[in-house]
Design a protein around this ligand. Sequence first.
Ligand code: CA
Length: 498
Amino acid sequence: MTRFTQPPLFLFLLLITCIANAQNDTKPNILWIFSDDHAFQAIGAYGGRFESLNLTSNLDSIASEGMRFDKAYVGNSICAPSRATLLTGKHSHKNGKIDNRGPFDHDQQQFQKLLQKSGYQTAMIGKIHLSGAMQGFDYWEVLPGQGKYKNPEFISEAGRKQYQGHSTDIITDRALNWLSNERDKSKPFMAMVHYKAPHRNWIAAPRFRERFKTMTFPEPETLFDDYQTRGVAAHKQDLSIAHSMRNNWDFKADRWKHRKEFFENTKLTGKDLIREKYQMYMRDYLACIAGVDENIGRLLQYLKDEDLEKNTLVMYSADQGFYLGEHGWFDKRFMYEESFRTPLLAKWPEVIKPGSINTDLVQNIDFAETFLDLAGAEIPRDMQGKSLLPLMKNERPDDWRDSLYYHYYEYPGTHKVRRHEGVTTGRYKLIRFYGVDVPNGEEWELYDLARDKHERANQYSNPEYSAIIANLKQELQELRQQYDVVDIPQVTKNKKKK
Ligand code: CA
């Protein structure tokens, strides 16, 4: 009897598997690679002063084989709030994570929960910077808080585990392990591989540390910006290379002998010292980028080897941009371009034409809806972004947005960037600084990026721009209504000071 029943059962199972595989062929996989504080200026594909270093060949290949977004922005330029936006598709005031301090409500709607329900295998590996147990992931293994570069601990449903090695390498190892051995291969996957690098304190893996030892990097045009036309926020910030970069933290001078000796013995002062600190900063920062790029190569190779390349969207972005000496700064937070913008590259051979460049206004509120859209899942009405899928197909909708809303909340706080909100149309940017430590409680700036790409000339008092300012104020009001910015939340009190 067994001889008689086995073949039909076997054939039946084979048929089921074939049908499942055929369905999966139509649903794309998503490999969402992400990093922390990666400035677009440090990616070769974006051009700029580091292009000739050829430092990011794997990232550049995502751009050349796919699409480079040139006007990709965040809604709140700081780590944890940015990540809350990625998961929820909502601005900070709606998902409740307005600063790095307060808790994130994991019970709320998030795109990965919906993807999982629609039949995807979901994974989050690396840095998420949202404390508490992740939800909606078949597998998650995340760094606690900021995480460590060397021999980092990870948290998963199984508890805490420490790995030996460098965080960028280990995050890739863990991701490849899940992709190769752990996932249910009968289902499409959405894997978030999110690196800690190049977040400060910029410790690259040992094999990259000496890479730029003798190199001198070009300086940005605004390294010695005097903020002449700007308000109190630019003058009173605490993120300058000159004053805010701490020798024993940002430069590891307490642990690295040659750095310690430099700071103890240097005769450099003023601009010369700033210049040397900028060079050290770039050596460390770019060495971290080299590690990220090498590891992205490993992920891309996996897709090739497994014949997954054609039907996988590979997307690369960061939680915000970063100042690499522009305006004399490091860090982020401001609505000025270097930190407001974020890199965004996407490759998907079946859909995206190689070498595409998109210049539409896109924002990190769009990512969640993009993933749901390409998975064919329903997009909840209360998400606040727009799917990027039509842009990837080069089918720009006529009603695509023509302005973006921004809001930074964390003041008083680290780096002393005053609270501000603003609107940009791509060409014009209107910023309203407000609240504590802003003269008369409110201060405005206007930039015309077509004439002033480095945002050195605040035109708010220039009568030539009065009509433009009036229009932008109206636009800002409309965006507040659209995104339901009613009560501006208070900043979360810093626990340490309690
Ligand atoms: Ca960040």
